[in-house]
Design a protein around this ligand. Sequence first.
Ligand code: COS
Length: 390
Amino acid sequence: MDLSLSDEQQAFRDLARSFLDKEAVPHRTQWDRDEAVDLAIVPKMAEIGFFGLTIPEEYGGLGGDYVTYALAMEELGRADSALRGIVSVSSGLVGKSILFFGSEEQKQEWLPQLATASKLGCFGLTEPDTGSDAGNLTSRATRDPSTGSGQAADWVLNGQKLFITNGTWADVALVFARTSDDGPRGVTAFLVPTDTPGFEAREIKGKLGLRGQATAELFLTDVRVPASAVLGEVGKGFKIAMSTLDKGRLAVAAGCVGIVQGCLETAVEYATTRTQFGRPIASFQLVQDMLADISVDADAARLLVWRCADLVDRGEPFGTAASKAKLFASEAAVRAANNAIQVHGGAGYVDDYPAAKYLRDARVMTLYEGTSQIQKLLIGRAETGISAFV
Ligand code: COS
């Protein structure tokens, strides 16, 4: 489906696909079993432009548009969602937060490194007791008046973060911490180099999916950062998190389109070559029923993603479109992967075929960066003007 893609957009998609088919697809099963992708792929991905795609050229990126970004995320999701997560957290959640809310110094310091993946970032919002209710997070940042007067004083951070993608690999953590007791309005964002004393990341093992990706718990114990570590303004951290997550949800949705597309390809390939009762199983109507469902899910999810990316590119409001794309595409990815396994029969239950990994990876997509239920409530609020959160 190539609805009005420019030559450049198609060229990037083709480059991304051929790169990933060579460098990722043959290794993804082993990475999944090892619970770690080979990080040697990261600089190669950076060379293709995955990390710098939407970072402006003046900060070392490609200055690309969001439709191209969505195509890149789709290709990453089709190849290995673990890789998609590394890119979209580091250059998406962290890079975009810095790009849109950072000082010139912060942009100069971090963006060229994130755009080339010489440094990786992680996004520290979720805590053990605050997932959906992110505005009530409890990690604290307090000023140390002994280090300077007023706004020049250092900040000291304490708290815990959970389920942090790239947590053990990151060089810089974007940490959201409470600087006053004013709910979401008392949250501030900090850029914390992960080698700062008191910062500890512990990898979480035993995940259902996304096994190749490092997911961590972060412990902040008297982590001291200078006043210049504040991203944006004091007390504006929640807005930074929410507006960045709007774009993050687009990236997750686009990755899910890749999962659905991958499910379609493997299911069609299997159904047209596997014979039962003396003919390819693709000739059975009940198998075609499942293939048709996956195919429609791929098109519908992709169109929602492209609509949202186009809104971003045109500078239009896109938050609700991102919620719709994320809701539909993530549920579609789970549905498509289940269908793909069903088409494969017993072969779909082992990792000789990608369907099982697609299902395990897809399952988190309806949870992270805002659950399906949160997306529905955001869409419901947009439709009715009534917030279910108050
Ligand atoms: N962009 C910019 N600002 C936003 C925003 C957005 N998308 N969403 C909310 N804000 C602002 C509001 O405008 C408000 O600003 P003011 O203080 O000026 O009024 C402030 O943030 C607080 O908003 P509010 O209290 O209304 O919060 P919401 O109801 O919007 O948010 C939900 C509640 C549940 C929607 C939010 O906490 C959420 O998205 N939770 C899911 C978190 C999540 O995705 N976690 C996964 C983390 S990454 S794995």
